[in-house]
Design a protein around this ligand. Sequence first.
Ligand SMILES: *[C@@H]1O[C@H](CO)[C@@H](O)[C@H](O)[C@H]1NC(C)=O
Ligand SMILES: *[C@@H]1O[C@H](CO)[C@@H](O)[C@H](O)[C@H]1NC(C)=O
Length: 447
Amino acid sequence: MLKSLFRILVGIVLLNQCFWFSVNGDWVTCSGIVPMWHRNDVISINDFGGVGDGRTINTNAFREAIYRIEHLRRRGGTLLYIPPGVYLTESFTLTSHMTLYLSKGAVIRATQDTSIWPLIPPLPSYGRGRELPGPRYRSFIHGEGLRDVIITGENGTIDGQGDVWWNMWRQKTLKFTRPNLIELMNSKNIIISNVIFQNSPFWNIHPVYCSNVVIRYVTILAPYDSPNTDGIDPDSSSQVCIEDSYIATGDDLVAVKSGWDEYGIQYGRKSSGITIRRVTGSSPFAGIAIGSETSGGVENVFAEHINIFNTGIGIHVKTNSGRGGTIRNITMSNVYMENVRTGIRILGDVGDHPDNGYNANALPVVKGVTLKNIWGVNVQQPGMIHGIKDSPFRGICLSSINLHGVPGKGGGPWKCSDVSGSALQVIPWPCAELTSPHGVGSCSNSI
Ligand SMILES: *[C@@H]1O[C@H](CO)[C@@H](O)[C@H](O)[C@H]1NC(C)=O
Ligand SMILES: *[C@@H]1O[C@H](CO)[C@@H](O)[C@H](O)[C@H]1NC(C)=O
């Protein structure tokens, strides 16, 4: 009797501990945001004539397999299995209720025939292609208006073979905006996990107008000098959770966006509820970025346990006059950075305009940015925060930040203007704008 009572007590204590860890510790994960369906219906790309020899073009095999999933509509959805091998294909589109499963050793590789690559209209929140006016090339793997899509497997590879596109960009011979590796538009309940993405022509993973998106255990690789190969760009999307991933590319590792100037203001769709945790990587640009396209607004972003190496800017919040949009309630904590040019940069004059139709009076609002527990080594410039004269940034709250300079040279001073907020235990000591008593008051009330 006593013995079993003791067992029950121990059980309760252990249960409580697990609960505590799952709420407060490293054990918090994205799982649960989107159900991970098990699919009973399984088909293989090889059943549709797929050949993984690295030379055969498999566009029809993908089209027919996905057509079968869409039109047969098996209860519980269908898993499309990609066996080991290199499956060369043109751009293709996914359908709802499917799992794209890349086995160990499976590679889905994009063709390099840019002349027959399909074009699609610009995103309404951008008004034009991001790089060039007019339409844009469809992403290599594309989806629109989908529900319940899983891209997973045993760390197979999705290879964009982007070098032809990077060279067209370098030689200025691009006719339209380059394709993303994966773009999902207006879609919901998406999981992308245990996949390697490499050599994207442009941004790697672009969920736009989406909700309930989980991206975890992914590896994203592109050369350090590959142009605009952003890792993950949640764009006008909500409830996006990114975790346990490694990203080393030629541009921002994660950049939260929401549309561009007058088009983004008109479309008015914000990004919110974005969680980023346990992401490691390097890039010549930013580790974790907000912007610079933020015209629909960005709010409730939470990033923690981020490790950034050999990077231009550790944390970068960027917007511009003419952009409009409110950036609020952004928290980043437990960030480690090493060999970075600028540790923290929050700027109000970054990014170009889509055309001359923007409203110069559409001033962005930035309020409630909390950065805490940040440790940096070999940081050339600790921080730079420049708000906008007629829309000063408010509630920029820094605490427990230690950014060591370059050995022998030290780090430069903080630079600030048009900003208020507070600083607590920040080394090197930041600018007067953040350390005045007035600043402290504006910190807690400004979200
Ligand atoms: C795939 O990679 C992730 C890390 O990104 C790792 O945790 C996982 O064990 C790997 N899975 C397999 C099947 O190799
Ligand atoms: C701020 O964002 C967090 C998520 O990071 C959310 O839990 C919280 O409710 C938000 N606070 C406000 C006042 O919106």
